[in-house]
Design a protein around this ligand. Structure first.
Ligand code: 5GP
Length: 191
């Protein structure tokens, strides 16, 4: 029996290439729209407000929590919040399109709890902890402490991989293969 999905969640450690895969998906499959998350983290050089994230102050973020505007939110790193606005997902669902989220592992499990069978859960990981470290170092957007926090988090996240529908190992230099896997997921579970 076919069980078509309309939400794809890409979860896994930061720096592993989830956002590249999400971009590949929305660029190549016009039925998919990216769910823009809100965050209190500082903007990086390439970030565009309203495109990569809605960049909010801590106060604005808290106000949205209090009003109940988030479907889910997490303090992904100490003092740094990320969350999905209800309005963001509702807008995409109303338009009749599919949603893709790039979100942390706990957030992903919360989305699954809420949207159940309509969600396809993809765990994206690097081939090894060392390779993830290298990629984060190259990205050069973290201090040494932040890098260690991110690696510790990755190790904890790995324990939850079994709750996902599928894992993509996004190996260095093999991005095309990961993209192919995304395409296979679209063809098998969405369109
Ligand atoms: P970055 O700061 O590198 O863009 O993202 C850090 C982490 O936060 C990534 O693992 C990303 O997937 C996660 N993240 C982004 N948006 C959300 C969200 O709306 N909710 C949750 N729970 N995590 C998110």
């Amino acid at each position: 029996m076919s069980n078509r999905k309309n939400i794809m969640v890409l979860a896994g450690p930061s720096g592993v290439g989830k956002s590249t895969l999400a971009k590949f998906l929305v660029d190549n499959y016009k039925q998919f729209l990216f769910s823009v998350s809100s965050t209190t983290r500082k903007m990086r050089d390439n970030d565009v407000d309203g495109v990569n994230y809605y960049f909010l102050s801590g106060k604005e973020f808290k106000k949205n929590i209090d009003i109940g505007n988030f479907i889910e939110y997490e303090e992904v790193y100490p003092g740094v919040f990320y969350g999905t606005l209800k309005s963001e997902i509702n807008k995409i669902i109303k338009s009749g399109k599919y949603t893709v989220l790039d979100i942390d592992v706990l957030g992903a499990l919360n989305i699954k709890k809420i949207y159940g069978d309509s969600v396809y859960m993809v765990f994206v990981k690097a081939e090894s902890v060392d390779s993830l470290k290298d990629r984060l170092k190259k990205r050069n957007s973290e201090t040494k402490d932040q890098l260690e926090t991110r690696i510790d988090r990755f190790k904890k996240e790995l324990e939850l991989e079994k709750l996902f529908d599928e894992t993509i190992i996004n190996e260095t230099g093999k991005l095309d293969y990961s993209k192919e896997q995304i395409s296979n997921i679209v063809n098998s579970h969405f369109i």
